[in-house]
Design a protein around this ligand. Structure first.
Ligand SMILES: [Zn+2]
Ligand SMILES: [Zn+2]
Length: 380
């Protein structure tokens, strides 16, 4: 905030300073990037402003990550699990912004609050949510993937059950950093810190150094472990090295399982498949030491359609743990944001490009051939 006046800091693209508690009339109609046909360019169009539910809020989007999950949805993937996104829909599940309207039952948030919206939204009322596991709420909704919760490739996004779901952004953390946290950081953080419960000094292999993989490398380093980054792309490996990888393995040149077994003198303690292909999932399991823990973070492609065969006898023999991990419970967000605030984690370092709403399509298309640059953000 240094160098910006208080008014400038509080008035973000036409929305009001925090002192105003009633919704501000929107000076121009809301724009959104709408999915008309799978795999075709998104259409930038005007949409009615969203309204806050009684327990919900409307957030003016300041930044939103563009993610491989958006690419999957854009391509129409998901039919094998019956969860294809609807057409005429707005994608975008990694927003950070400012609250511009709250419902009458909302207690914890007010107009003007700077917030991040976790994509895995809980109902806020069930046992899972009340015990801090909102990401596994059976009534939960995935922002930007399900009909009831259109996403944030738009000027504004509506969020339900905000007292449970929204998380405040610490003062020292920018919208850009939080959007870069996106689902990749929260997913990687939950996978390593909560699910695998990594310990200091552990070798942690990370297969696939796209957004979530690079985040996992940086988080593994910040948590005191020794990350090994695996990818077939030398630029991705260089980026992994720059964010804390202790070692890298180019899987186009060496067998990653053998390379990791050798580097670690017997195998990694924890390994993450951040890509979701049969080959990376099997490599991730196979590179573990006895009693090691595999965490599946990547969702599969058309080739696997949600199922991968694994060396189960070998896993049984060596007591390998296999864990699924998805998103992060909203209740645990503070742990991650405090590490961003104190500088232990620098998600902004992963940002390779910032684009406008009209350029989102082009960046989704670039993902088809893995031609993106680190984390890419929509910013306003
Ligand atoms: Zn719930
Ligand atoms: Zn994402």
């Amino acid at each position: 905030m240094a160098g910006r006046s208080a008014a400038a800091a509080l008035t973000i693209h036409g929305y009001p300073p925090t002192a105003i508690t009633t919704p501000w009339p929107n000076p121009c109609p809301m724009r959104a990037a709408v999915l008309r046909e799978y795999g075709e360019p998104l259409e930038i169009t005007e949409r009615p402003d969203p309204e806050a539910a009684t327990d919900g809020a409307v957030v003016a989007v300041e930044a939103c990550g563009i993610c491989r999950s958006d690419w999957h949805a854009w391509q129409g993937h998901g039919e094998w699990a019956d969860d294809q996104v609807p057409l005429n829909y707005v994608l975008g599940h990694e927003p950070a912004g400012r609250v511009i309207e709250v419902g009458e039952d909302v207690e914890r948030f007010a107009v003007g609050d700077r917030v991040v919206v976790p994509f895995s939204l809980g109902c806020g009322a069930c046992g899972e949510c009340r015990t801090g596991h909102g990401n596994t709420c059976t009534d939960g909704l995935a922002l930007g993937f399900e009909r009831d919760v259109p996403g944030a490739f738009a000027d504004q996004v509506a969020v339900p059950s905000v007292d449970h779901n929204l998380q405040r952004i610490p003062d020292g953390v920018s919208f850009r950093d939080v959007a870069a946290v996106g689902c990749r950081y929260m997913t990687a953080f939950h996978a390593l810190a909560h699910r695998a419960d990594v310990g200091g000094g552990d070798w942690v292999a990370v297969h696939g150094c796209g957004g979530v993989g690079l985040s996992a490398v940086q988080i593994a380093d910040a948590l005191g472990t020794r990350p090994i980054a695996v990818d077939v792309n030398s630029e991705a490996l260089a980026r992994a090295e720059s964010v804390g990888a202790s070692a890298t393995v180019d899987a186009s040149k060496a067998d990653p399982v053998e390379a990791i077994q050798e580097l670690t003198d017997g195998g990694a303690a924890v390994s993450v498949d951040a890509l979701g292909r049969a080959e990376t999932a099997r490599n991730s399991v196979r590179c573990l030491r006895q009693r090691g823990t595999h965490v599946q973070v990547g969702l599969t492609t058309d080739a696997e359609q949600g199922e991968i065969s694994l060396p189960t006898d070998w896993m049984t023999r060596w007591e390998i743990n296999w864990l699924g991990s998805r998103g992060m419970p909203p209740a645990r967000f503070g742990e991650l944001l405090s590490m961003v605030e104190d500088g232990s984690l620098a998600p902004g370092k992963l940002v390779g490009r910032e684009v406008s709403l009209g350029e989102v399509s082009e960046r989704l298309a670039a993902m088809t051939n893995y031609e993106t640059e680190g984390v890419e953000l929509l910013t306003f």
